[in-house]
Design a protein around this ligand. Structure first.
Ligand code: XMP
Length: 515
């Protein structure tokens, strides 16, 4: 496995905390490259990589628990700049002979922290009371004499500390969370001040170096596009780098959002001159899905059919040397693959459910980026706001938004109702702040009354959620008058839809998609 090129940047060691990714994103927002590395990465390796500093993330374990993730003990010897956050901080305290215990008062959510000493980390904030985000049941209960207190809260007398004479700090709260006041300033003080990290990370420089390295690709490139942000940005980026040697293919599964083929034709074909082939496979997908109602079975059928149609296209129009994919950084990390600039191009023969028979090298130009960075890159490439702000859409498409068997009628109701949800939110200026907004439909039939006639029709459920990474999500507290507009339009305009419900479940326990 290759490692990211972190020279001059900040390594975040991953102890399993839910905010580990967020730390990287916040550091990148400071213009400094940052990536996650395994929690047991040795100091010697980090020195070889020439990192400017190290952040130890939070994590769910207790430092005394058997099998709890440990850091290389040399990290705590004071040589390299280190910032321990929550669990990472507790590891520091333990390594220096202090004690960590169940806090007298558990702290979840907002907590008031008093800064008693600037000490590098809080420069400019001394004497302030900050609202900080805490999420812990363990905390430092005794710190060694080699550590000095920089900040305290009601529940944590040692809310922030510094190792005397070293550029090493520990904080019990989460500076990376947006609810923490001046959190970005604390991170900036550490990254730019304490570590002196280099500001080399910007989307402009990423775009320049990507086009340069991608233009060295020889042979033809095949790129599947769906109308989504990631594949659109991938296609436009590659188009700039390799031009006519790229062929895009758009497979119409019949399970897509309303007007998708037209949108792709307009955006990629007309605006950017990208070569896109359109394959209408909707009948084949609907045929394959006939009778299936189990969500996982439907996912498998869509995946398999997609692979078959794609393979057929590649064989008939090939050979292609490369397959381009819009894989993002969180997907790379979550699937256990690590990488970076040195491995923009990797050889794979069977990625993302593609048939083993298709031997193409895989090129993933976005594999270092987070979603918000991809959107920024899209803007730089000249994609219009409407294209870069589009909400994520699941690979299996409407097959997982139609609950139960997938029929033409339910697909139409689902597609048209979702389109209305999107239109109304856009008109109300609420679309961009929502993570996803759509409608789903199942087999619940309700009685309605139309004129003098009673009529049985479908119940449509509208869902609008807010989220930062789709790992957790909350339902949007939409103004009832907006919901009323959505409801009226759906029941008036979508034939077969008789009533509308609004989903008020968060994730967890529900997932974002209904299936
Ligand atoms: P859930 O429903 O698990 O979804 O809360 C989290 C995010 O992932 C998207 N999603 C999928 N994307 N294939 C995909 O490519 C899938 O099978 C799939 N299922 C869910 C979903 O839209 C949300 O953004």
């Amino acid at each position: 496995m290759t490692e990211p090129d972190l020279a001059g940047g900040i390594a975040v060691l991953d102890f399993g905390g839910q905010y580990a990714h967020l730390i990287c994103r916040r550091i990148r927002a400071l213009g400094v490259y940052s990536a996650l590395l395994p929690h047991d990465t040795k100091l010697s390796r980090l020195e070889e990589m020439k990192v400017s500093g190290v952040v130890l993330s939070g994590g769910p374990a207790s430092v005394y628990a058997e099998g709890a993730p440990r850091a290389d003990s040399e990290l705590f010897e004071g040589k390299a700049p280190v910032l321990g956050i929550c669990y990472g901080y507790q590891l520091m305290v333990k390594a220096h002979g202090g004690e960590v215990g169940r806090a007298e008062k558990r702290e979840y959510g907002r907590s008031s922290v008093k800064v008693v000493e600037g000490g590098g980390l809080f420069d400019g904030l001394r004497g302030d009371r900050l609202i900080c985000w805490m999420s812990h049941s363990d905390s430092a209960t005794r710190i060694p004499s080699t550590m000095e207190v920089l900040a305290a809260s009601d529940g944590s007398p040692y809310a922030a500390v510094r190792l005397s004479g070293a550029r090493q700090y520990g904080v019990q709260f989460h500076p990376e969370v947006s609810h923490t006041e001046h959190g970005q300033e604390v991170l900036s003080n550490f990254v730019l001040g304490v570590c002196g990290a280099r500001k080399t990370w910007s989307m402009e420089s990423f775009l320049r170096t990507s086009v340069e390295s991608l233009s060295r690709i020889d042979g033809r490139v095949l790129c599947a596009v769906s109308g989504g942000v990631d594949s659109s940005v991938t296609a436009v980026l590659l188009n700039r780098a390799v031009g006519d040697r790229m062929q895009c293919v758009f497979i119409d599964t019949g399970l897509l959002r309303k007007g998708e083929p037209g949108l792709v034709r307009e955006l990629l074909g007309k605006d950017f001159g990208v070569r896109v082939a359109f394959v209408d496979a909707s009948e084949r997908f609907l045929g394959a899905l006939a009778g299936a109602s189990d969500p996982e079975e439907k996912r498998r059928i869509v995946g398999r059919t997609f692979a078959e149609v794609f393979e057929q296209y590649a064989k008939e129009h090939g050979p292609f040397a490369y397959l381009a994919q819009g894989t993002l950084y969180p997907d790379v990390i979550e699937s256990g693959r690590s990488g970076g600039p040195a491995s923009v191009i990797k050889t794979h023969h069977n990625v993302g459910g593609l048939p083993a028979g298709l031997s193409m090298k895989v090129v993933e130009p976005l594999r270092e980026l987070y979603k918000d960075e991809v959107r920024e890159l899209g803007r730089l490439l000249g994609l219009p706001p409407g294209a870069v702000e589009r909400h994520p859409f699941p690979g299996p498409g409407l097959a997982v938004r139609v609950v139960g068997q997938v029929t033409e009628e339910k697909l139409r109701i689902c597609r048209d109702s979702s389109d209305i949800v999107e239109q109304v939110l856009k008109e109300e200026g609420l679309y961009a702040s929502a993570w996803q907004a759509f409608a789903f439909v199942g087999d619940d039939m309700v009685t309605g009354v139309l004129g003098d006639e009673r009529r049985l029709g479908h119940l449509v459920t509208v869902k609008v959620v807010e989220s930062v990474d789709a790992m957790t999500a909350d339902w949007s507290r939409i103004d009832p008058t907006v919901l009323e507009r959505v409801s009226n339009r759906i029941t008036n305009e979508v034939q077969g839809a008789v009533a509308v419900a609004y989903s008020i479940s968060s994730k967890p326990p529900a997932t974002i998609e209904p299936q």
